[in-house]
Structures are given as structure tokens and as C-alpha cells.
Design a protein around this ligand. Structure first.
Ligand SMILES: NC(=O)c1ccc[n+]([C@@H]2O[C@H](COP(=O)([O-])OP(=O)(O)OC[C@H]3O[C@@H](n4cnc5c(N)ncnc54)[C@H](O)[C@@H]3O)[C@@H](O)[C@H]2O)c1
Ligand SMILES: O=C(O)C[C@H](O)C(=O)O
Length: 355
């Protein structure tokens, strides 16, 4: 009996040793979160520290940036991170200094900015936020790690990302993306609710274009795994009127519906989508599955080059590629062009705000 106990202890020690060697193999990844004292930041940082973004065996160091009026709240978030004793969390920098925040970061999640409030014009948010993104572009360009991957969450997300890309010319265009994964996940959620099926069985919806009410949620290539095999969403739902009407409007207006219900914009779902976006980008999309990401257009599907536009992408070895060759019908073409036109207008508005 005593020897069995001794043997078990030895096995446990060997397992612990192997686990700690495995842990020691991975260098911590430095993740910047701007606007970290805000509501998305508060939901996002524990997810990253728990391994939701980069995997359960990937140590992380969090760099949290906010502005001076939020410094005390930011220090409170740091205290809570320490109190949560996350095993993967190897360090926390909480600062209002943009250079300190950007130094050496491998991933930058840009959440900082002003959310639109009641009575504010689109231009009011645009002018405030694009100047933040112009300034932070330079800091990232000068101080982030080479090959830093950037995800812009703050609205107007596509145009902020474009400004960041244009004012950080040495950061490769393929490294600057914006969040439309929340819209993608919302579309998956609506389909699974309608069919009363598991959301994990639905895949390959597409969000085309802008993270705004002109986005086009497209189910023409989406499928559901059923006991009888893979079926198309259109075939299973068998209601094109709903799919071409109400479904699109629900997804386009979901952010506004959440603001109406919570009196605050979405935060937990936005944080979760940001983790999904980076996780798939870094670790790869499952075979046969694509996701939606706002990326720098190369002219695919006739979308003007030089916009940050949401496309279906697959990811492998830390690189995204736009899914090519999907059939686009007339209905989709019109919606894809309308959201591209809005992005062209936003781009010129952004430049007029900066001049
Ligand atoms: N793309 C998406 O899917 C999506 C979804 C939800 C919200 N959003 C956007 O994300 C942004 C953040 O939303 P929130 O609810 O967390 O807002 P919030 O107001 O709670 O937090 C924003 C934080 O950014 C900080 N900030 C302001 N200027 C900054 C700067 N120059 N540098 C660093 N930090 C700065 C603020 O002090 C604040 O703490 C908003 O623009 C919102 O519209 C995008
Ligand atoms: O902040 C908003 O305007 C809404 C947000 O972008 C969302 O989609 O939930």
C-alpha cells in the first residue's frame, strides 16, 4: 500500500515537471488593450488572462492603456487582475502613457475611443476617434514588436483601422484588421435560434463590408451540420422572405437593440468576439470553416482596394486569406456595393476631420 502511494506521488511529480517544462517552453505574448478601463476592456482582460484568446497554455503579459481621467479606474482593474491569480498572467502594465503601453507588444486590441451617445452626430465620434487612431498608429509603428497584429474594435471600426494603417506605413497592411466577428457571431446566433439547433453546428455565414447598419449578413453559403449530414441554411430555413428581410435587419440593428436594452453598448459579446478574432487569426480556422474579418481590400469581389472591408477569410499559420470564388447573386452584389460606398464616404469624412 505504502509503495503504491509512493509510486503515485512519483508519477504526479513527473507529470508536474513535464507540465512546468511545457509551460516554460512558451514565452509570454504581450497584448495591448487600449481603453482597458472601459466596459469592453473590463470584460476582455480576464478572458485574455484565462487563455480564451491565445490558448490555455499560452502565458500573457497585459499592457492596458487608458487616458488620465480613467487612471484610477485602470489601477482598480489591475488590482482585480492580480486578485484573480490567473496562472497564465505573467505581468500587467497599466498606464496612461501610449509609448509605454505600445512597447514590445505582439498583439494590439484597440478598444479605446468615444462611443456614440444619444444626440451625437456620426461626425462627432468620427472626428474624435480618427485623431486617436492617427496618433496611436505612430506609437505602434515605432514601439510595438515587429509583426504586431492589430485588431481595431472602437467605432467607426473599419475607418479607424484604415487610418491606423495609413498612418503606420511600416506596419504591413495584412497586420491591421477590424472587428466584424461580433456581427458574424450574431448571424450564427440568429440562425441557430430560428432552427432551434446548436450554434456550433452552424457555419460559414459572411459579414460583408462595414461594421455599421449597412453591413450585409449573407447566408447564401452557410451550412448546418445535421444528423442527415451538412445542409444549406437556405434549404433548412426554407423562408427566403425572412432570410432576405428580417434576418438581415436584426443583425444590422443588433448593436442598437443592445444599447436600447442595456443603455450601454454591447460589451461581453464584443469582448468574446475579439478573442475569437485573434484566436482564429493566430491559431487558425478549423478546416472547411471561414470567419468574417475586416481586412485591407485587395480588390477581391470587385470591392475597391484601399478600404478595410469585412470579407470571409480562412486563417493558417498566423495569416488570413480572403475566401475566393464564391458565387455572388444580384441581391448580394447590390448590398456589398452599398456598404462599400458607405466606407468610401467614411474614408473621405475621416480625412476631412484630420485636415
Ligand atoms: N466593432 C464592434 O463590434 C464593437 C462592438 C461594441 C462596441 N464597439 C466600440 O468599442 C468602443 C469601446 O466601447 P466601450 O463600451 O468599452 O466604451 P467605454 O466608453 O466603456 O470605454 C472606452 C474607453 O476608452 C478610453 N479612451 C478614450 N480615449 C482613449 C485614448 N485616446 N486612448 C486610450 N483609451 C481611451 C475611455 O477612457 C474608456 O475607458 C466604442 O467605440 C464602441 O462603439 C465596437
Ligand atoms: O457602439 C455601438 O454603436 C454598437 C456596437 O458597435 C455594436 O455593434 O454592438
Amino acid at each position: 500500500m505504502a509503495s503504491l502511494f509512493f509510486f503515485q506521488r512519483i508519477i504526479r511529480c513527473v507529470v508536474n515537471l513535464l507540465m512546468s517544462c511545457k509551460d516554460a517552453e512558451k514565452q509570454p505574448i504581450k497584448v495591448l488593450i487600449t481603453g482597458a478601463a472601459g466596459q469592453i476592456g473590463y470584460a476582455l482582460v480576464p478572458m485574455i488572462a484565462r487563455g480564451v484568446m491565445l490558448g490555455p497554455d499560452q502565458p500573457v503579459i497585459l499592457h492596458m492603456l487608458d487616458i488620465p481621467p480613467a487612471a484610477e479606474a485602470l489601477s482598480g482593474v489591475k488590482m482585480e487582475l492580480i486578485d484573480a491569480a490567473f496562472p497564465l498572467l505573467k505581468g500587467v502594465v497599466a498606464t496612461t502613457n501610449v509609448v509605454e503601453a505600445c512597447t514590445g507588444v505582439n498583439i494590439a486590441v484597440m478598444v479605446g475611443g468615444f462611443p456614440r451617445k444619444e444626440g451625437m452626430e456620426r461626425k462627432d465620434v468620427m472626428s474624435k476617434n480618427v485623431s486617436i487612431y492617427k496618433e496611436q498608429a505612430s506609437a505602434l509603428e515605432k514601439h510595438a514588436a515587429a509583426n504586431c497584429k492589430v485588431l481595431v474594435v472602437a467605432n467607426p471600426a473599419n475607418t479607424n483601422a484604415l487610418i491606423l494603417k495609413e498612418f503606420a506605413p511600416s506596419i504591413p497592411a495584412k497586420n491591421v484588421t477590424c472587428l466584424t466577428r461580433l456581427d458574424h457571431n450574431r448571424a450564427l446566433g440568429q440562425i441557430s435560434e430560428r432552427l432551434n439547433m446548436q450554434v456550433s453546428d452552424v457555419k460559414n455565414v459572411i459579414i460583408w463590408g462595414n461594421h455599421s447598419s449597412t453591413q450585409y449578413p449573407d447566408v447564401n453559403h452557410a451550412t448546418v451540420t445535421t444528423q442527415a449530414g451538412e445542409k444549406s441554411v437556405r434549404e433548412l430555413i426554407a423562408n427566403d422572405t425572412w432570410l432576405n428581410g428580417e434576418f438581415i435587419t436584426i443583425v444590422q440593428q443588433r448593436g442598437a437593440a443592445i444599447i436600447k436594452a442595456r443603455k450601454l453598448s454591447s460589451a461581453l459579446s464584443a469582448a468574446s468576439a475579439a478573442c475569437d478574432h485573434i484566436c482564429d487569426w493566430v491559431l487558425g480556422t478549423p478546416k472547411g470553416t471561414w470567419v468574417s474579418m475586416g481586412v485591407y481590400s485587395d480588390g477581391s469581389y470587385g470591392i475597391p482596394a484601399g478600404l478595410i472591408y469585412s470579407f470571409p477569410v480562412t486563417c493558417e499559420k498566423g495569416e488570413w486569406s480572403i475566401v475566393q470564388g464564391l458565387k455572388i447573386d444580384e441581391f448580394s452584389r447590390a448590398k456589398m456595393d452599398a456598404t462599400a460606398n458607405e466606407l468610401i464616404e467614411e474614408k473621405s469624412l475621416a480625412y476631412s476631420c484630420l485636415s
